[in-house]
Ligand binder design. Structure first.
Ligand SMILES: C[S@@+](CC[C@H](N)C(=O)[O-])C[C@H]1O[C@@H](n2cnc3c(N)ncnc32)[C@H](O)[C@@H]1O
Length: 530
């Protein structure tokens, strides 16, 4: 094999030069110096050109062999396997025809070469901070006969001042994975400041791939689009919120395809990968999320489960949302698409804050009929119509000054007693805005039990009752008619089995709010059929 004869970076640069690297414009001073200092190393150029034109990457392979994974780590130099490059380019071809293709950390130029085939009229732009990478890319582009429509820029991608073109620009590539410890302080400041200018907050703990997403949102114009493969970390960690927010806003997220480590998305590391597709300027109503175990399953990146923007906005971890659910029947959506599920407030001391109406002299305005036992929901069956069967929770305002003098007197008396009972000391009381203010959620139109030895009760709340943490409240994301709400409840009542929750020792089945959001319910058009 001819690449065996390239054993040093110097030899690699020499070969790139002989392949015609100088035909591709935009040389930096460092590239020129490096080229001048490179003695000629003779190899069989025709054989190399044939391999490159056949879609192989002998120079990139030589680079990864000469520079060990440890040496490549500081710049995140892990080159992308061909099958992944192809899937991403196919997605890009389905999503538009770019006038220009930009690879932000071009490496040996794998994406540009694949895109050149698919988009024969597009300009090709590669950016990289490593002069060996830029010289190799130049050699590859020249060998493939693409020099006249190519430009390679030896520069930090964040500093790129990209000229406007007519038509779309496709941003495609594998932004470097470099942890924050290796990112210089001035670049961390850049991240924070650039995010701030967009009204977003960033974290100094963010890896370099997050910088690349932000830089792309900054360089791109509405109509531009792209696909990046990165580590999947940003989906779930705090510092990833910047990427998640960008995708739900100006970066216009379309889809995220998570690749299990079994797919070995990165040759040097067993990491979960994520391919993110975006269309800049299109504030998305939903995103497709998918998880695949093998690269072959990626296809043209057109599959996935549709998740509403509102649901993604409120989720601080997107990873769990990519997990496969049993296939939804035709005409059904997950409850979470239509409604949020919230656990009720924790009082911190039920013996203090829960009482019966007749047993207190507190003013009516601070007493809220509340579902305080799961049994109350099981008992009423389908509808909770009468609040009088419920106990009340004392929910005082944070600002006690809003109470009038008589009310205040009764409240002060009550609080003195509550304090003596230790109600101000507990963890819950100490962590809320005011220890005396339980902070009940607003009344949910549907209430559900979530822990029992039987399927949950789903109850239409006609009594405007509040709930504490023994029940979940189901809150429509958009107004739903009474008929639709009743149909959702009816459907959940007859369809949900204990098997859909988590079963604990002793046979208790529990539905966390996010698990309940994944239950199938009829889609809105079915719900509204009279
Ligand atoms: C994960 S590799 C991807 C290479 C190539 N696009 C591929 O997928 O085969 C990331 C590339 O980004 C380059 N890089 C690292 N930091 C960079 C920066 N700040 N600006 C531009 N390129 C950078 C590295 O040198 C490396 O070539």
């Amino acid at each position: 094999m001819v690449t065996k004869t390239i054993d040093t970076l110097e030899e690699l640069v020499s070969v790139a030069l002989q392949l015609g690297a100088d035909q591709v414009t935009g040389w930096s001073r460092r590239e020129k110096e490096r080229a001048q200092a490179t003695p000629t190393h003779r190899v069989n150029l025709d054989e190399l050109k044939d391999l490159i034109r056949a879609g192989q990457d002998p120079l990139g392979e030589a680079f990864c062999r000469i520079r060990s994974p440890e040496m490549r780590r500081p710049l995140g130099q892990t080159y992308t396997p061909e099958a992944i490059v192809n899937s991403m380019v196919e997605w890009a071809a389905d999503a538009g025809i770019p006038a220009r293709v930009v690879d932000p950390g071009v490496g040996s130029g794998r994406y540009l070469l694949a895109a050149a085939d698919r988009f024969p009229r597009a300009r090709l732009v590669g950016v990289d901070v490593d002069p060996v990478a830029t010289l190799v890319t130049r050699g590859n582009l020249a060998a493939a006969g693409l020099a006249s429509r190519s430009q390679v820029i030896h520069m930090d991608y964040r500093e790129l001042d990209i000229e406007r073109v007519r038509g779309k620009t496709l941003y495609i590539g594998n932004p470097p994975y470099v942890r924050h410890h290796q990112i210089e302080p001035h670049w961390k400041r850049w991240l924070l400041e650039t995010a701030r200018l967009r009204g977003l907050s960033a974290s100094g703990l963010a890896g370099l791939h997050v910088h690349f997403f932000l830089a792309t949102a900054t360089h791109g114009q509405p109509g531009d689009y792209g696909a990046f493969i990165t580590s999947a970390e940003w989906l779930d960690v705090n510092y990833g919120s910047l990427v998640r927010e960008l995708l739900l806003d100006s970066l216009g997220g379309q889809a995220v395809h998570v690749l299990e480590p079994t797919a070995v998305p990165f040759t040097d590391a067993t990491t979960t990968g994520a391919i993110t597709c975006f269309k800049i300027g299109s504030r998305p109503a939903s995103l497709l999320l998918r998880r695949v175990a093998r690269v072959q399953e990626l296809g043209k990146l057109d599959g996935g489960r549709k998740l509403a923007r509102a649901r993604l906005l409120e989720s601080s971890r997107w990873g769990p949302l990519t997990r496969v659910t049993p296939k939804l029947p035709e005409g059904y959506v997950e409850l979470g698409e239509l409604c949020r599920v919230h656990r009720g407030a924790v009082t911190g001391a039920n013996n203090v804050w829960i009482t019966h109406r007749g047993q207190t002299d507190l003013p009516e305005s601070v007493l809220f009929p509340t579902v305080t036992k799961a049994r109350e929901l099981f008992m009423v069956g389908t509808e909770l119509a009468d609040a009088n069967i419920l106990r009340v929770v004392v929910d005082l305002p944070v600002e006690l000054e809003v109470l009038d003098a008589t009310e205040r007197k009764a409240v002060d008396r009550f609080l003195r007693k509550a304090k003596r009972a230790g109600a101000a000391e507990g963890y819950i009381a100490r962590t809320r805005r005011a220890w005396w203010s339980v902070g009940l959620r607003t009344a949910a139109p549907l209430l559900a039990t979530y822990m029992a030895r039987r399927p949950p009760a789903f109850v239409r709340n006609l009594a405007n009752a509040r709930h504490i943490n023994i029940a979940h409240g189901i809150y429509p994301r958009q107004a739903l008619t009474d008929l639709a709400l009743r149909r959702i409840a009816e459907h959940l009542r007859v369809s949900v089995t204990v098997g859909q929750g988590r079963t604990y020792a002793g046979g208790l089945t529990k539905f966390e709010p996010k698990e309940m959001e994944r239950l199938p319910v009829p889609a809105p058009d079915l719900l509204l059929v009279p």
